[in-house]
Design a protein around this ligand. Structure first.
Ligand code: SF4
Length: 112
């Protein structure tokens, strides 16, 4: 599986400190990351109120220009945490839109 991780821009911050749990899970192959996952890109929603489809379109264009692509999108744990607190995005709708737009699998969550 070649996957893109979609993270919450507010939580991950500019130096990616909010991504440490995902890096750990990737390294240890725990959580939703099994041995077959290759992360080909890592992006954010773009900031509130969220423009994830536009971000993923850009990622796809850039990957395609290098002869690469993705077949799965992880909605990172930080997005789930954001949703419990302040995130305005409808995650069910986002999952549906990603699937329809890119014909890829959407995996909810990342690290344990
Ligand atoms: S709270 Fe939601 S819309 Fe705002 S930055 Fe985080 S994931 Fe994006």
């Amino acid at each position: 599986m070649k996957a893109v991780i979609l993270a919450c821009k507010k939580i991950r911050d500019e130096v990616r400190v909010g991504c440490l749990n995902c890096f750990k899970a990737l390294s240890e192959k725990t959580g939703k990351f099994d041995a077959d996952v290759e992360i080909v890109a890592w992006t954010s929603c773009g900031g509130c109120p969220g423009i994830p489809i536009a971000r993923l379109k850009l990622i796809k264009e850039m990957l395609n220009s290098e002869g690469r692509d993705f077949d799965a999108v992880f909605l990172a744990g930080c997005i789930l945490m954001a949703k419990e607190n302040f995130c305005p995005m409808d995650l069910d709708e986002l999952e549906k839109k990603i699937t329809e737009t890119f014909d890829v699998e959407v995996i909810i969550g990342t690290h344990p």
